[in-house]
Write a protein of this length. Structure first.
Ligand code: HEC
Ligand code: HEC
Length: 396
């Protein structure tokens, strides 16, 4: 793989112009996104190094068509698609000492998968855990793979725009106290997080690196642990063959940048219907949805009509996610962008971070905490007003 990419990169150098370089980089990035990675052979360190633990072999296994997809189950309720993952952490976001931060459902030869996922009446649960119960303080919660469209536009929004929207002490007294999720960049500076359901990555490249490490078990310059998400108390997994070392990650920074460039160029989904829903959009604003789902953010490359403030909000008991990440409460979530909602509804994929809601009504009723006021006003709408609100949401 390295050699083949070396040739491709040499081709870029020959092609010369910056435009051609950009196009070539995105083409390779797309191929890498779709590529099925393979485990490292035990005799050599020269190849990919998938695993030792992983959830899928390719980015595209969970992000098919770059859309949010429904979760597939078999007749007994076991989850058979890869796109719903189970996260573990204690109350402060620290990973489980054995299972790490995510339940990996596959392993290379000689390393047992950590377990499987199934639904019971409480939602997604772990099954067949290979190392027994997690540590006593460990909580778990599921996350659904989102659509990957328009992410470059979200990256365009300057940190200062988001900081200006935040109101952590609720000084304007509207019951909404969104805050920026700060993430430390490799150069030590603090950046405003904006990717992932918990806004825990500040850059698209950072999110790509997190995906390689956690979902595929491949190391990158920003996530150099060659064993990915093997917990500290899983020695056989940490000792299994892998394709890199702390100094020489399995995936180079160049490859990360090419996937980033590919994803950054994917435009947001086009609106399903023209914006002639002025009246229903005014309902959306009047009942307080737009306080978090801010219709447009400004950026140097034009407004970003994503219907989000990209801030973290306490969504109450109703949306306590179990597992969390350092610096973010289990009940806090990034305001979900609503662009592309029509495609999610059409695909039958669930709404909210774990896909638990199957209808717009269900998703809105789950809004607690800072979203509680808007929910109360929604519940007070008459039938026709609600239908107009749904028509507007379905036009996004
Ligand atoms: C096993 C399934 C799975 C695989 C494989 C996977 N992802 Fe994801 N992806 C997810 C889930 C689940 C999330 C949501 C994570 C979160 O918010 O905590 C996500 C989120 C993302 C996001 C953030 C999107 C947003 O709206 O902020 C990006 C970007 C991304 N993935 C890229 C990738 C890339 C690149 C790869 C391959 C290197 C990849 N993913 C492989 C499941 C997967
Ligand atoms: C306090 C901020 C806030 C307010 C007010 C708010 N939302 Fe949300 N909304 C969120 C957050 C945060 C999420 C993500 C929650 C999760 O995934 O668990 C979300 C998720 C959603 C989703 C699911 C999106 C997806 O990608 O699955 C829909 C639909 C939605 N909101 C609609 C509304 C509507 C309609 C209103 C007004 C009645 C509203 N919201 C008011 C913060 C808010």
């Amino acid at each position: 793989m390295r050699a083949a990419l070396g040739l491709a990169l040499a081709g870029i150098a020959l092609a010369g112009s910056a435009v051609a370089e950009g196009r070539m980089s995105r083409t390779i990035g797309k191929a890498l996104f779709e590529r099925a990675w393979v485990p490292a052979p035990s005799s050599t360190r020269a190849n990919d190094g998938l695993g030792p633990l992983f959830n899928a072999r390719a980015c595209i296994s969970c992000h098919a068509g770059l859309e949010r997809m429904p979760v597939a189950t078999d007749a007994s309720g076991k989850i058979v698609s890869d796109n719903l993952v189970l996260r573990f952490s204690d109350g402060a976001g620290r990973p489980d000492p054995v299972y790490g931060s995510q339940l990996q459902t596959a392993g290379v030869p000689g390393v047992a998968p950590e377990g499987r996922l199934a639904f019971d009446e409480t939602g997604p649960i772990p099954l067949a855990l290979a190392h027994g119960a997690p540590a006593s303080g460990t909580r778990y919660g599921a996350r659904l793979a989102p659509a990957l469209r328009g992410l470059g536009r979200l990256e365009d929004v300057p940190d200062a725009v988001l900081t200006a929207l935040a109101d952590p002490a609720d000084e304007n007294g509207d019951g909404i106290s969104g805050r920026v999720g700060l993430v430390r960049a490799p150069d030590g500076t603090q950046r405003v997080g904006r990717f992932g359901w918990k806004a825990s990555a500040a850059s698209l490249a950072g999110m790509v690196e997190a995906a390689f490490s956690t979902d595929l078990g491949l190391s990158t310059p920003g996530r150099p642990a060659p064993w990915g998400d093997c917990g500290e108390r899983q020695p056989e997994c940490r000792a299994a063959p892998h394709g890199g070392s702390w100094n020489e990650p399995e995936i180079t920074g160049e490859l990360v940048a090419m996937i980033r460039d590919y994803l950054a160029a994917v435009p947001p989904s086009a609106r399903a219907a023209p914006a002639d829903h002025a009246r229903s959009e005014s309902t959306f604003a009047r009942i307080g949805c737009a306080a978090c789902h801010v219709p447009a953010l400004s950026s140097p490359r034009g407004t970003v009509e994503a219907y989000t403030d990209l801030l973290l909000h306490d969504m109450g008991e109703e949306l306590d996610g179990g597992a969390t990440e350092p610096g973010v409460e289990a009940r806090e979530w990034r305001t979900a962008p609503l662009w592309g909602l029509s495609r999610i509804l059409a695909s039958g994929a669930g709404l909210l971070h774990d896909g638990r809601a199957t209808t717009l009504d269900g998703a809105i009723r789950a809004h607690g905490g800072e979203g509680g006021h808007a929910r109360a006003r929604y519940l007070a709408l008459d039938h026709d007003e609600r239908e107009r609100l749904f028509a507007f949401l379905s036009s996004l």
